[in-house]
Ligand binder design. Structure first.
Ligand code: PNS
Length: 160
């Protein structure tokens, strides 16, 4: 019996409905899905690593095969530590592809045994990104339907 563990890495600042859609799809395909939150981002995040992780834990609690964890350093080192075989990434549009291809090939060079698998979120989330959601929230626009309800509240209290 194969037990395929996939790592879904990202900044998740904050988790969006697009991320959740991908988690839903990933949890159906893989035996175990670890949502891995990058702890130290290049730019100062809006939410701390603990806040990003906690929101993800709350919105993924319905899946028994989904786990949320923090990581730092090289992603492939973390993937090896977790004995995972797959890195899961979402591609929304062609514009995502170039960067994702670079990362996938670099990760393959660093660890040839790990496979990057791309999945497409539902079309209705094609334009949704954490960066745009943060911007709309910070400028007082409506963000309902773009992020889970719990995140709407957290964003509102963060920016007001
Ligand atoms: O949500 P993001 O910001 O698009 O996720 C990017 C992430 C976390 C997947 C990427 O920055 C990453 O893997 N960082 C860890 C450092 C690393 O391994 N860099 C080399 C990757 S080619």
């Amino acid at each position: 019996m194969r037990n395929i563990i996939a790592i879904y890495p990202g900044s998740f600042d904050p988790v969006t409905n697009g991320h959740l859609d991908l988690i839903t799809r990933g949890a159906r395909i893989f035996d175990r899905l670890v949502v891995a939150v990058l702890q130290n981002l290049d730019k100062a995040p809006l939410f701390s690593a603990q806040e990003r992780t906690e929101m993800l834990r709350q919105v993924t609690q319905e899946w028994s095969n989904v786990e949320v964890d923090l990581f730092d350093g090289l992603l492939v080192d973390y993937v090896r530590r977790r004995n995972a075989q797959v890195i899961l990434r979402g591609i929304r549009a062609i514009s995502d592809y170039e960067y994702e291809l670079q990362m996938a090939l670099m990760n393959r060079r660093l660890e040839p045994a790990v496979e990057t698998v791309f999945m497409m979120p539902a079309e209705r989330y094609t334009y949704v990104s954490s960066r745009l959601v943060r911007e709309v929230a910070q400028l007082g626009g409506p963000i309902e339907g773009l992020v889970p309800a719990l995140v709407v509240d957290k964003l509102r209290s963060k920016v007001h």
